[in-house]
Design a protein around this ligand. Structure first.
Ligand SMILES: [Zn+2]
Length: 174
């Protein structure tokens, strides 16, 4: 299963800071942050934009966002750190107003796809009832229709299809 939701879109996009596209994927590639490693778990972070932090942090935490364009996101399951800069932890899981599906694999209600409301439970229920999952196709259809807003809905700041695909595969083997 491809992780790329953009295979059908307009070719490589260059990240000009002010460009707004209808794509969910404007920050692919590169997905590196610096590259910088999470100060807590040591894994390589993934670049997210300022707008992702300002959309998803709790209101009382927003004034603490440093003034700069890009930050690093830690996607490690067991790690409490969410956003950091090289050598500096900025925000933890509790500082966000949404649960982070990637970091809560045992929470069936944590979103997997933030734009269209797919949770692990919703994926599992469909598979229990019908034997298969339509999540990926439904999300792809919405992406093509220009209805995804990953940069402001998803803590990782980018397309969820890789995560959904993994969740579907895990649900199918339950
Ligand atoms: Zn980490």
């Amino acid at each position: 299963m491809s992780k790329d939701c953009c295979a059908s879109s307009k070719g490589p996009l260059h990240e000009e800071k002010e460009t707004v596209t209808e794509s969910c994927c404007e920050i692919h590639p590169p997905q590196r942050c610096g590259p910088a490693k999470c100060p807590a778990c040591g894994e390589l972070g993934k670049t997210v934009r300022h707008t992702t932090l300002s959309s998803l942090l709790r209101p009382e935490k927003r004034p603490e966002i440093p003034k700069q364009e890009e930050f690093c996101f830690c996607r490690t399951r067991g790690c409490e750190v969410v956003y950091f800069l090289p050598g500096k932890i900025l925000f933890h899981k509790d500082d966000l107003s949404v649960p982070i599906g990637l970091k809560e694999p045992n929470n069936p209600n944590a979103p997997v796809c933030y734009c269209f409301g797919w949770t692990l439970e919703k994926i599992q229920t469909e598979i229990r009832n019908t034997g298969k999952s339509t999540a990926i196709n439904q999300i792809k259809t919405q992406v093509q229709a220009g209805n995804c807003y990953c940069e402001i809905t998803n803590p990782q700041g980018s397309c969820c299809l890789g995560n959904v695909s993994k969740a579907v595969q895990e649900a199918l083997t339950l």
